[in-house]
Design a binder for this molecule. Structure first.
Ligand code: AMP
Ligand code: GLY
Length: 423
């Protein structure tokens, strides 16, 4: 079996690490991959955006049996449809289904139609309409703080919580007129701000069935105590504690209506579905869908799954997920991200990374690379998020201690990380 994994972050490194546990997997290609991935897969340059036929040709020429798509971009622009048309096996949802992440308006309308609890929202299609809405805010049920969201994909930056009218007007102008997110901000959503604890629920979905994975929590802010700007994620923990009744509620009011909604809309969803959930005083609400594995959640979820990943993915593709029984290890995984100084703003790269050999092959420690490259046998930084250090253990405390003990062996110039993941 030959597999291509598209993407090059910690998520993709974790996916490749897990796939490698299956002896049937003879060779893995990764495009573009990273320094750490290059130790276990053959790196191929990334094809130009939207040039999915180049990947088709690559897959044919290398006789690759299965392609797995990590990030949302290729899914939203239809890579799965192109592959399916050529009868090539691929893991991920179609373009139509990927709108659940690619268009927040599509996602919110889907939730409203199918009774999935989510914040009240208003779709605004033009700048004038948006200003008008703000001017008449007192006549509506909405009030500050207001959440303003660009409709399309904006690399995780398209959600802004506004405290004042002035802020709201500014961000609406930036999205809809200055187009800071390009076409993604052509239309926007305004919605109520929800309060509570956030949890990420990921599930495999074959269109007929869902198999839920251990719940995870992502630490989005750059600095300790949830201070500083939002990032792609500075750490994660799984499982994130939920009570039996919270899980039942999520299944009954979110997962079941979601599946029914797919079927009613004839959406043939095959892949991973990620529910970003806020546990509010009035119950669990969906903040967003992602149509792929989360990063950095995957780095703590996959080490807890005993079942073979390839087997599950094949079952998703052939719509036989009901036959899979997922075995989950009774452990906790904690991951801290080592980032370049300045991330998520400007940062320097090309710093040599020291200490990696000290944590290699150590029990209860995993290291998934993100922004790294390998040159002459040495690793250097090449991105904002550089490494994910994962500690495993029988308890949250043990997993956290293992994570931070391993982290203390690693260094590069001006390394930045949070000291309070899983605290
Ligand atoms: P999204 O891309 O929609 O998940 O938004 C990114 C982040 O913005 C979420 O993970 C939340 O932390 C925050 N967020 C989004 N929508 C809301 C909301 N209605 N109320 C409070 N926070 C929100
Ligand atoms: N961790 C959030 C995401 O993957 O979008």
């Amino acid at each position: 079996m030959k597999i291509l994994v598209i993407g090059g972050g910690g998520r993709e490194h974790a996916i490749i690490w897990k796939l490698k546990q299956n002896p049937e997997v003879k060779e893995i290609f990764s495009s573009p991959g990273n320094g750490g991935i290059s130790e276990s897969a053959t790196l191929l340059p990334a094809c130009a955006e939207n040039d999915w036929n180049s990947y088709v040709n690559l897959v044919k020429s290398k006789k690759i049996d299965l392609t797995i798509v990590g990030p949302e971009g290729p899914l939203a622009s239809g890579i799965v449809d192109v592959f399916k048309e050529k009868k090539l096996k691929i893991f991920g949802p179609s373009k139509e289904c990927a709108q659940l992440e690619g268009s927040k308006i599509f996602a919110k309308n889907f939730m409203k139609k199918h009774g999935i609890p989510t914040a009240n929202f208003k779709v605004l299609e033009h700048h004038k309409e948006a200003l008008n809405f703000l001017a008449n805010l007192s006549l509506t049920t909405y009030k500050f703080p207001l959440v303003i969201k660009a409709d399309g994909l904006a690399q995780g930056k398209g959600v802004v919580i506004c405290q004042t009218m002035e802020e709201a007007k500014t961000i609406i102008g930036e999205m809809m007129v200055k187009k800071i997110f390009g076409p993604a901000g052509k239309k926007i959503i305004v919605e109520d701000k929800l309060e509570g604890r956030e949890v990420s629920i990921l599930a495999f979905c074959d269109g007929q069935n869902l198999k839920i994975l251990p719940q995870a929590q992502d630490y989005k802010r750059a600095f300790d105590q949830d201070l500083g700007p939002n990032t792609g994620g500075m750490g994660s923990i799984a499982p994130s504690p939920l009570t039996e009744s919270q899980i039942k509620e999520i299944e009954r009011f979110i997962l079941q209506p979601f599946l029914k909604g797919l079927q009613n809309e004839n959406l043939d969803y095959r892949g991973i579905i990620y529910f970003g959930i806020m546990l509010t005083e009035n119950g669990a609400n969906v903040l967003e869908f992602n149509v792929r594995f989360g990063d950095p959640e995957t780095q703590v979820i996959l080490p807890l799954i005993e079942t073979d990943l390839l087997e599950i993915m094949e079952a998703v593709i052939s719509q036989t997920l009901s036959k899979i029984s997922l075995k989950i290890l009774n452990q906790t995984a904690v991951s801290a991200v080592l980032a370049s100084n300045g991330y998520p703003g400007k940062y320097e790269t090309d710093k040599e990374i020291f200490g990696l050999n000290e944590i290699e092959q150590k029990e209860n420690i995993l290291c998934f690379h993100a922004g790294t490259i390998k040159k002459d046998g040495k690793f250097f930084t090449s991105g904002g998020r550089v490494l994910n250090i994962v500690g495993l253990g029988g308890s949250r405390e043990e997993a956290k201690n293992n994570c931070y003990a391993a982290l203390s062996k690693i260094s590069f110039e001006k390394m930045q990380f949070r000291t309070d993941i899983a605290s």
